[in-house]
Ligand binder design. Sequence first.
Ligand SMILES: [Mn+2]
Length: 317
Amino acid sequence: MLNLDSLLEKAASVVIAGHVRPDGDCVGSCLALYQYVCKYYPETKTHVFLEPIPNTFTFLKGSGDIAQAPEEVWTVDLCIALDCGDLSRLGNAAKFFEHANRTVCIDHHVSNQSFADENEILADASSTCELLYQLLPKDRIDREIAECLYTGIVTDTGVFQYSCTSPDTMRSAADLMSRGIDYPVIVDRVFFQKTFLQQKMMGRALSNARLYEDVSCIATVLTPEDMAEFGALPKHLEGIASQLRATKGVEVSIFLYPLETGEYKVSARSAKVVDVSVIAVKYGGGGHVRAAGFTMSGDDPWAMVELLTEDIRKQLK
Ligand SMILES: [Mn+2]
């Protein structure tokens, strides 16, 4: 297994970064490692670069130190990418990765091609936070680090519900619970609480949904008009893809929403049979067997859905 301490001991400067549009596993793993480096390597110049994080995660220690990767790049001794399936998904922080003296990648995306000098990729791990928990010395995980790791595990397992949840996941989470974290509050904040605007967007997304019974698929689209009507941003759409997937009798759920670039972001989920990561990779995205994402361009999002139902049909044959 990757020995993080042997790398950190030699590094005078460290940049920690995660994927664009950071989720709970990305924020949790980056902040857990950031706190670890700050606490045990106080002399090291440490930065954590992420795109703006959802407000949900601002309760985690160190979140106030997160910055967006600056335009001007400098060379650091060590750049660590977390929860990031490929280099381009690091966004602006990719430049720091490319200029770093040494690079590390810690990730659980099945599509990860091991793009760093040192890679710890475990597709069987529920989350990057579970993997990072395995890598960190247990006697050095304090309550605040445990909060970050637990948050990431809760996010990526849907509160220990998805099939990525293993006995090892539960053992890791159990140990983290024993470190004094307020786990009911974390679960409620991270997974269940929604703002009024988020609830309204959920309602609109569900009422727009269409059922494609021949391929056991439910799909929905939020249009730029839907977004404008409520003044909604992509960050207000958390949880919609999972809610769709919970439709009885449905194998695949597809959720499309517009990005500022004019493209559509596609979130795909599956229940048992279809490997949505295969579909995601076909369109230049990535992810996991049961949850994957990518972008598509065009004017007619429902035509994109039609295209995707053909990809599903091929797998169902
Ligand atoms: Mn993850």
